[in-house]
Write a protein that binds this ligand. Structure first.
Ligand code: ADP
Length: 295
C-alpha cells in the first residue's frame, strides 16, 4: 500500500471504527438474514505458508459475533495456524506468509496500514498450556491494561476481569500472591482474565483444556458459555465432544497429499452449525471423522 493510503487509514481508528459500526447484521447495503449475527471475521481463500510449505489451502469461512466457533480435525491439519491468522500471531514466525484475506468487520487484517499490536488488543489469545507471568495474580491481570494505557481504577478492572473469568471468589484474598501457586485450572482462568482485561472483542483459545483435568475442563467450558454473551470465541480443540458441547459452529479440517511433494496440506472440509456437523454433515469425510471411522 502507498504511504498516502496508509496515512488515510490509521490502523487503530480503522479497526475500532469498523468493529463499532458493525452492530447490525450486515455491513453492506444488502438485506440481513434476521437470525444471523454480524460477521466478525470473514476469511476468504486463505492459504498459509511456512517457507515453501503450504500448511493451509484456500480456506473460507465466516465467524459470527457472540458465537463460539470450534476448529476440529486431525493433528497437523492447520487448526492452530488458522487461529493464529486472526490475531496475526503468524507474523511472529519466521518464514510464515499468508495469501487471501482475513477481514475483521470488513477491514483486511493483513493490510499494510494495520498495526498488529492494535489487532492483539481487540483479539485476545489463550494458549494450550496455562502461561501466567511469574508475578502476582493482580499483576498478571493488570499487565495488559497498564501496557495499553487504559484509564479508570485498576482495582476495579482487575476485579471485573477476575469475576468474569469465574476466579474472583477463589483468589480475592490472595491477589498479591504469586500466580504460580494456583492450580492448572485456576491458572488457565487467570489467563482468560488476563486476556479479557484489555476489553477485546474476540477471544481465541488454542486447546485451552488439553492440559487440564476433567473438572477444570468443565469449569472452562461453562465459563466459555458465559463469556460468549460478551465476546466472540474461536476455539481449537482436539476433543470432538468438547466441540459438540460448547460450540455453535464447527469447522472440520483435514489434510490432503500434495501432488508435487510428499507433504500434506490442510484443507477446510466443512463448516456449519455444530448440531448439523455432528448429526448430519454434508461431506463424507466429516461424517467419517465425527463417527470415529477416521483415525
Ligand atoms: P494443528 O493445529 O491442526 O495440529 P498446525 O497449524 O499446528 O496444525 O500445523 C499445520 C502444519 O503446519 C503442520 O504440518 C505443521 O508441522 C506445520 N507448522 C506449524 N507451525 C509451523 C512452524 N512454526 N514452522 C513450520 N511449520 C509449521
Amino acid at each position: 500500500m502507498a504511504p498516502d493510503q496508509a496515512a488515510a487509514h490509521p490502523a487503530p481508528v480503522a479497526l475500532s471504527e469498523a468493529a463499532n459500526a458493525s452492530t447490525s447484521p450486515m455491513t453492506d447495503a444488502s438485506v440481513p438474514e434476521p437470525d444471523l449475527a454480524p460477521v466478525v471475521f470473514d476469511v476468504k481463500d486463505l492459504s498459509v505458508y511456512y517457507g515453501a510449505f503450504r500448511a493451509i489451502r484456500d480456506a473460507s469461512l465466516e465467524i459470527r459475533q457472540h458465537e463460539i466457533a470450534a476448529f476440529i480435525g486431525p493433528s497437523g491439519c492447520g487448526k492452530s495456524t488458522m487461529l493464529r491468522c486472526f490475531d496475526r500471531m503468524n507474523d511472529l514466525i519466521e518464514g510464515a506468509r499468508v495469501e487471501g484475506q482475513v477481514l475483521y468487520h470488513g477491514v483486511d487484517l493483513y493490510d499494510a496500514a494495520i498495526d498488529p499490536v492494535e489487532v492483539r488488543k481487540r483479539i485476545g489469545m489463550v494458549f494450550q498450556k496455562p502461561n501466567p507471568f511469574p508475578k502476582s495474580i493482580y499483576d498478571n491481570v493488570a499487565f495488559g491494561p497498564k501496557l495499553a494505557g487504559l484509564k479508570g481504577s485498576m482495582d476495579d478492572r482487575v476485579e471485573a476481569a477476575l469475576r468474569r473469568a469465574a476466579l474472583w471468589d477463589e483468589v480475592k484474598d490472595r491477589l498479591k500472591k504469586s500466580a504460580m501457586g494456583l492450580s492448572g485450572g485456576q491458572q488457565q482462568r487467570l489467563c482468560i482474565a488476563r486476556a479479557i482485561a484489555v476489553e477485546p472483542e474476540v477471544v481465541l483459545m488454542d486447546e485451552p483444556c488439553s492440559a487440564l483435568d476433567p473438572i477444570a475442563t468443565a469449569r472452562i467450558e461453562d465459563l466459555m458459555q458465559e463469556l460468549k454473551a460478551d465476546y466472540t470465541i474461536v476455539i481449537v480443540t482436539h476433543n470432538m465432544q468438547q466441540a459438540a458441547r460448547v460450540s455453535d459452529r464447527t469447522a472440520f479440517f483435514t489434510t490432503e497429499v500434495n501432488e508435487t511433494s510428499d507433504t500434506r496440506t490442510g484443507v477446510l472440509v466443512e463448516y456449519d452449525v455444530t448440531d448439523k456437523m455432528f448429526s448430519n454433515p454434508s461431506d463424507e469425510r466429516t461424517e467419517n471423522y465425527v463417527t470415529g471411522r477416521f483415525g
